[in-house]
Design a protein around this ligand. Structure first.
Ligand code: TRP
Length: 434
């Protein structure tokens, strides 16, 4: 596999709820499709550290982790072909979170939508701006950036509500790279315009927080009931209906082929009864979901199998994360002190960009030194010394001096077109470089 051609996709899903159609259409289904494209590497993970920010019910976290893991596999994800893991199984992620925390402006986090929404709400209620805001909520974007940057992901398929987080991750990567060198890959949000947001029962975005979702793997009868609850207008059967702004139509479109969508559009124009449209929607969804439901149920009934899959996934993910984290630790200076000798050697190479003294012996048997600039141009040429030691001592004295003419006239002379000011500057540069 050629290294440069691979595009890495990464998707996280917070383990606080039961997967619903919005998750399926907006994240899971497109991600599973993307996972099969040639030239891609795909990372899917259960964002259970993020879940702790929103949820303090251990049993719910556990249940949701199981349901979401089962859901993705049932939706066709092949853990052998992708990186499928649980965030909390990768200790490098919180480790990277800290490194990023240290390069992130607090003011940047102040502007994160989720945090700002809490502050605005508190302010409107006359409460302390940070009332009930945990540091976890405040730090949410940093943890998310670590998820992304840990695996050098290029594309992050997300809904519009998450775009700001991706931009923040990008900024953090830039700050880090600016300070420590080009280690982190700058990620980009990848939004599928056609299905980014699925409306819920009430027409607002389908979301756990609005309690307007349709469960993905609920028993069919429950799904039928939920579909019956989708808000419509009061037009009677036979009256033409608007597709625009119809949540029912949009949900249908998310499952249907273009031809199927066209025929429902026609049916709307011809005045299909809302009850019949809902029946069509139920059938269309069930056609896609029914085959997955069986696999889902068998995984839910066999948590040990799920756990085995996640452990294997963690191992595969850490094969990337562990060496990369070691590289980042090295970059910021969290280093093994015993191997510093080797590093010092490298630093010497870096010093090649400084002026330097060269000591050498000529055919006359005498010892000399010269001072050259970073490009090797001669600045100062020494007189002859009888021993290397004397030449060395002379260099040492010069290094201590201010480099004015009287400091070296006895032992060396200026090269052509060089004056004492330039020597003084060169010696200062050397002294500054330690
Ligand atoms: N914040 C995402 C959400 O609420 C979940 C998430 C956590 C995520 N880490 C991520 C998504 C990294 C993409 C990449 O949906």
């Amino acid at each position: 596999m050629s290294k440069t051609a691979v595009t890495r996709f990464l998707t996280g899903i917070t383990t606080t709820g039961t997967p619903h159609l919005g998750n399926y259409v907006g994240a899971i289904r497109p991600a599973v499709q993307a996972s099969r494209r040639a030239g891609t590497e795909n990372f899917y993970f259960l964002a259970d550290y993020h879940a702790l920010i929103k949820c303090d019910e251990p049993s719910r976290i556990q249940r949701s982790t199981m349901e979401i893991a089962a859901c993705w596999i049932a939706a066709g994800l092949d853990p052998e072909q992708v990186f499928f893991y649980r965030q909390s199984d990768i200790p490098e992620i919180p480790e990277l979170t800290w490194l990023l925390t240290c390069v992130t402006g607090k003011g940047v986090l102040n502007r994160a939508h989720a945090y700002k929404a809490s502050v605005d709400k508190n302010t409107a209620a006359g409460a302390d701006p940070d009332a009930d805001v945990t540091a976890g909520l405040f730090m949410y974007p940093v943890l998310m950036a670590a998820d992304i940057l840990m695996f050098k992901a290029h594309k992050i398929p997300v809904g519009r509500d998450q775009v700001q987080h991706i931009e923040m991750a990008r900024d953090m990567a830039q700050s880090f790279n600016h300070l420590y060198g080009e280690h982190l890959v700058l990620p980009e949000a990848a939004i599928d315009e056609s299905v980014a947001l699925l409306p819920g029962l009430d027409g607002r975005k389908m979301s756990k927080s609005y309690d307007n979702t349709i469960a993905l793997f609920a028993p069919p009868e429950q799904i039928r009931k939920q579909i019956a609850a989708i808000v419509t207008d009061s037009r009677a059967p036979g009256e033409p209906k608007e597709t625009q702004g119809s949540a029912l139509f949009q949900i249908y479109q998310a499952f249907a082929s273009p031809q199927e969508t066209e025929s429902l559009r026609k049916a709307y124009a011809e005045g299909i009864a809302w009850g019949d449209a809902k029946q069509l929607l139920f059938e269309r969804i069930d056609r896609e979901v029914a085959p997955m439901r069986e696999r889902y149920q068998s995984l839910i009934d066999n948590p040990a199998e799920l756990e085995r899959i996640l452990q294997a996934g963690a191992q595969k993910a850490r094969a990337r994360a562990t060496p990369f984290m070691a590289q980042l630790r090295q970059a910021v200076g969290l280093r093994n002190l015993a191997t510093q000798a080797a590093k010092a050697q490298n630093d010497k190479t870096a010093r090649a960009a400084l002026p330097s003294f060269k000591q050498y012996r000529e055919a006359d048997g005498k010892f000399y030194f010269k001072l050259v600039d970073p490009k090797g141009r001669l600045l100062l040429q020494s007189a002859a010394f009888d021993s290397a030691r004397e030449a060395g001592q002379s260099i040492a004295r010069l290094r201590q001096s201010a480099g004015s003419e009287k400091d070296f006239t006895e032992v060396a002379k200026l090269a052509q077109d060089v004056d004492a000011v330039e020597i003084a500057a060169a010696l200062q540069t050397l002294a500054g470089a330690g």
